[in-house]
Design a binder for this molecule. Structure first.
Ligand SMILES: *Cc1c(COP(=O)(O)O)cnc(C)c1O
Length: 384
């Protein structure tokens, strides 16, 4: 057994990031500035996006996406229960009503075949989440959206480097929100990026900085003036130069990061293929997986339940997590909308058997061996 605890998802920060942050600290310019603008340009280029807006979280990006799409009071937004609360909290923030649609049994992404029946005359948007880095079925979702003139806002928190039928996630005409939270494939500590059509992003940009007109971004540089105007009461969602310093170098190294993630996934797939008690993640044809999470599912024949499995892996010094506690089980949502666990049976059943094991570029071959050995070890201990 390993003698130190293996963290579930530590960041991989290199000397380049550290030097860039120090350079920023010495530069005299800490808030949004030239590095943030460069990060936006390079990110947009990387995912082939029409435009990009850097913000201080994916949650902020999702909130701005709904606002600039004109979603508000009385509207309904269709989304998935298998997500982090942020995807649904933002629907509440704009005064709209979240309508959950159960997930596909294989990918755990929103099930397009069930969306139609959830649409009412109040439905304005569909908010798919690319769960674990496996893109949702965007063509099927878009077909439904087009018929009803619905907006599609993508929660791409897990989906940097993901692709759907030859297109990068973030490259389309939908607004897509990426996360640079500490555990994500690219991190700026906290941070996010909204990609999409330039005219929508310009509106989001104004809202991301108090609702000031565009020129306010430059009011402190040598060409700036003291004058600004508030167009509407906006938010404080802009990215700092410190965050952008991290992001620029994380983006430059995302290729090797993803390569390591793929290698680890391959090792796990091979190591667990022979285990009849465990189901490994599926990848459909025609998609590129971002490999953000590696989610094991315990099958009914497993000799141990998920909670015990997590505890016993922890006892073997392996950190894990559960993605996610479905939205409809959280007290706020359960009580407000009267949702029962069985209202979304696929999400609920899977919640009870999922466990995410470490998948990140800091993992050494020995670490991966330790995880594999621990998973086998827990199962073997219960077989005897
Ligand atoms: C991490 C995450 C978010 C929120 O990202 P932040 O950058 O922390 O705001 C939203 N949706 C999903 C699916 C996530 O995993």
């Amino acid at each position: 057994m390993r003698d130190s605890f293996l963290l579930f998802a530590p960041p991989l920060i290199g000397d380049e990031e550290i030097a860039e942050v120090v350079d920023t600290l010495r530069s005299g310019w800490l808030t949004s500035g030239p590095k943030t603008e460069r990060f936006e340009r390079e990110f947009a280029e990387f995912v082939d996006a029409p435009a990009a807006l850097a913000v201080n979280s994916c949650t902020a990006a999702l909130h701005l996406a709904l606002l600039t799409s004109g979603i508000g009071k009385g509207d309904e937004v269709i989304t998935t229960p298998m997500t982090f609360a942020a995807s649904v909290n933002v629907i509440e923030h704009v005064g709209a009503r979240p309508v959950l649609v159960d997930v596909e049994p294989d990918t755990l992404n929103i099930d397009p075949r069930r969306i139609e029946e959830a649409i009412t005359e109040r439905t304005r948007a569909i908010l798919p989440v690319h769960y674990a880095g496996h893109p949702a079925d965007l063509d099927a979702i878009q077909r439904i959206a087009d018929v009803r003139s619905l907006v599609v806002v993508e929660d791409a928190a897990h989906a940097l480097c993901a692709g759907y039928r030859g297109r990068d996630i973030g490259s389309g005409h939908n607004l897509a929100a990426f996360s640079f939270y500490a555990t994500k494939n690219l991190t700026t500590g906290e941070g996010g990026m909204l990609t999409g059509p330039p005219e929508l992003l310009e509106r989001a940009r104004v809202l991301s900085l108090h609702g000031m007109n565009r020129d306010a971004w430059h009011r402190y540089d040598e060409t700036g003036t003291w004058f600004y105007e508030i167009q509407q009461p906006g938010f404080k969602y802009n990215m700092t130069e410190i965050q952008a310093s991290l992001g620029l170098h994380q983006l430059a190294r995302i290729g090797p990061f993803q390569q390591r993630r793929r290698e680890v996934v391959q090792r796990y797939d091979e190591a667990f293929a022979g285990l009849e008690e465990i189901e490994t993640p599926t990848t459909r044809d025609g998609i590129a997986h971002a490999h953000h999470l590696y989610v094991l599912r315990l099958l009914p024949c497993a000799p141990v339940d998920r909670n015990a499995f997590v505890d016993e892996l922890r006892a073997r010094n392996i950190g894990t997590s559960v993605h996610f506690i479905p939205i409809h089980l959280h007290p706020y949502y359960r009580d407000k909308y009267g949702w029962q666990p069985q209202d979304f049976p696929v999400a609920f059943a899977n919640y009870q058997r999922i466990v995410s094991i470490p998948l990140n570029p800091t993992l050494s071959d020995e670490d991966v061996d330790d995880v594999i050995e621990a998973v086998h070890g827990v199962l073997d201990a219960h077989r005897e």
